[in-house]
Design a protein around this ligand. Structure first.
Ligand code: HEM
Length: 156
């Protein structure tokens, strides 16, 4: 019994300060939902990890305030979402991070997200990337990575 309890503890990462606990899951960069870009061109186009962090903050802030999709974020752990989204974007852009979040199907399964919600979020992301000065081809390459995840995110 004690051994089982210890094993369970080992498999559950500690909850970072300010975040809510989530059900245990296997941690892996594969949960990020796509293979990272190769080389440094995409990371440079996003102005490095600092640029990624600004884009994620912009995306989360505008999406929470967005009349079309803001309600979906109400009552959710936005501290965790900002952290894991930064990690995810950083992994995909080959920025040398680890993704510690859940896979896309698990993270979105109870949210009832529709295609129009995904479109609104993509618009907000495009605006955030534009404000950061990301080139148009780099924006589109990144959106292509995220588009593959749509079947896991859009559930109705
Ligand atoms: C390809 C598009 C998307 C990506 C890459 C993405 C990425 C993520 C990530 C990394 C997480 C956190 C996972 C974790 O907590 O372990 C998350 C959670 C969440 N996402 Fe998305 N997301 C996408 C689309 C959307 C859309 C369209 C919406 C709503 C308009 C949305 C709303 C949320 C909410 C509310 C959570 C928090 C769920 C919870 O804490 O239980 N996401 N997403």
């Amino acid at each position: 019994m004690l051994v089982l309890a210890l094993l369970a503890l080992l498999q559950t990462a500690p909850t970072p300060p300010g975040e809510d606990p989530v059900a245990p899951y296997a941690m892996s960069d594969a949960n990020a939902g796509g293979r990272p870009f190769k080389g440094v061109a995409m990371l440079e186009a996003f102005n490095g990890v600092a640029g990624i962090d600004r884009i994620v903050d912009d995306l989360v802030t505008t999406s929470q305030a967005d009349a079309r999709i803001g309600d979906i974020f109400k009552g959710q752990d936005m501290i965790r979402l900002r952290r894991t989204l930064r990690e995810q974007f950083c992994v995909l852009l080959n920025g040398g991070c680890r993704y510690t979040g859940r896979d896309m199907a698990t993270a979105h399964k109870n949210l009832g997200i529709q295609a129009k919600d995904m479109n609104a979020l993509v618009e907000n992301l495009q605006a955030a990337m534009r404000r950061e000065g990301v080139s148009f081809p780099a924006q589109n390459a990144f959106l292509g990575k995220l588009a593959v995840m749509k079947p896991d995110v859009v559930t109705r």
